[in-house]
Design a protein around this ligand. Structure first.
Ligand SMILES: [Zn+2]
Length: 389
């Protein structure tokens, strides 16, 4: 038997190039319900190398959808267990697994792959990964689901719409709204914010969270856990985990829809790798509605002024702002305009601090500043236009 016999049936497809799959590397962000299925599909098909990342641990409620995990895996790293199972499914596939938040991976991890699969459950990470893909010119296939509904979007950087192009319509407003991370806050603010959501914590607990730079509900939901684990004590970590599990709403989800979404994503990915030999890659949003058994395609146009994939890199986004105002005020304006919860402002190679006044640090109308945020891979150039000009 030759190594090809394993793939006999798929190689009967006209245009299929198994050697091309053997020599391809893909990145899969998230190995939960959708990511686990995509990883399983590509492993069975004989992809050359899979790079997986997931910082989460296996929980009982995962077992109704996530086929790579067993009861005996509860509490273990999803990435590590997934890698082990995938090697069992097909020992010829190389699997590299990171039990980390994708946002702490180095650039060469992404540079080395041919396609990026985004199988994430939150917009913060999806927006960041989208901006990585566009910056490094890597095709991205994003998949998500909610109950009986599933979405798939292929992003061919600067050729088709990226996830940010129609973010006004597609990213839920509450996700984009910055929760005033920028205002001067004290632990009492956090206690009150949580109280409004029906969650009781005392000031002492809030103070401990503040010491870890966790100052808002948003921070509780999205702070990078691995940077905290090393500095925080057990008690704070358990508090944080408890708050996170209450605050992170869990969408309804079923295995069969995850399998459909992952099936579509994998098929699109294989077509993408074949570069047209298996037909064109679908553009726009593919929407699966399991309730009415409907599969539709929604056109999504590129936004020429998109902050991630806009036509012309050389022309920064223009932003009207008074130069007599402080950097803090600018950050607040940027936060609400672009949905960045944590913008930092760089000018002339230097990070500006909150109380500095733009005019006093030498910013003139027409100057370009750079804004960095955990929603974007690269700082965003912004041309400040003073309204008086
Ligand atoms: Zn875009």
């Amino acid at each position: 038997m030759s190594g090809m016999d394993r793939y006999d049936r798929q190689t009967r497809i006209e245009g299929w190039d198994q050697n091309l799959l053997f020599s391809s590397t893909v990145f899969i962000a998230g190995v939960g319900a959708i990511g686990g299925e995509v990883a399983k599909n590509l492993t069975m098909m004989g992809i050359g190398k899979l790079v997986l990342a997931d910082y989460d641990f296996v929980e009982l409620s995962n077992l109704s959808r996530q086929l790579l995990f067993r009861d005996s895996d509860l509490g273990k790293s999803k990435a590590a267990v997934a890698a082990e199972r995938l090697r069992e499914i097909n020992p010829h596939v190389e699997v590299e697994a990171f039990g980390k938040d994708i946002r702490v991976l180095t650039e060469d991890v992404f540079r080395s792959v041919d396609v990026i699969f985004s199988c994430l459950d939150n917009w913060a990470s999806r927006r960041w990964l989208n901006s990585v893909a566009v910056s490094l010119n890597k095709p991205l296939i994003d998949g998500s689901m909610n109950g009986f509904y599933g979405n798939v979007q292929a992003v061919l950087p600067r050729r088709t719409a990226c996830l940010e192009c129609q973010s006004i319509n597609l990213i839920p407003r509450e996700e984009k709204e910055a929760e005033c991370t920028l205002k001067r806050r004290n632990p009492e603010h956090l206690v009150n914010d949580l109280k409004e959501l029906g969650i009781e914590v005392d000031v002492g607990q809030a103070e401990k969270l503040f010491q870890l730079n966790i100052k808002t509900v948003y921070d509780i939901k999205y702070a990078r856990l691995e940077t905290i684990t090393s500095v925080a004590d057990e008690g704070v970590l358990r508090l944080l985990e408890r708050l996170r599990s209450i605050l992170t709403s869990r969408l309804p989800a079923i295995q069969s829809v995850a399998a459909v979404v992952a099936g579509i994503m994998t098929t699109v990915g294989v077509k993408l790798l074949h570069g047209g030999k298996l037909g064109a890659v679908p553009t726009g949003l593919i929407v699966y509605d399991g309730l009415s058994s409907r599969l539709s395609r929604v056109r999504i146009s590129r936004d020429p002024l998109c902050i991630v994939c806009g036509e012309d890199d050389a022309t920064p986004v223009e932003f009207s702002f008074k130069l007599g105002e402080s950097v803090l005020k600018l950050k607040e304006a940027l936060a609400s305009a672009f949905g960045f919860p944590d913008p930092e402002v760089l000018f002339g190679g230097k990070r500006l601090s909150d109380e500095e006044i733009l005019a006093e640090v030498g910013v003139k109308s027409g100057d370009v500043i750079y804004v960095s945020t955990t929603r974007l891979f690269e700082p965003l150039p912004i041309k400040i236009i003073s309204p008086s000009h």
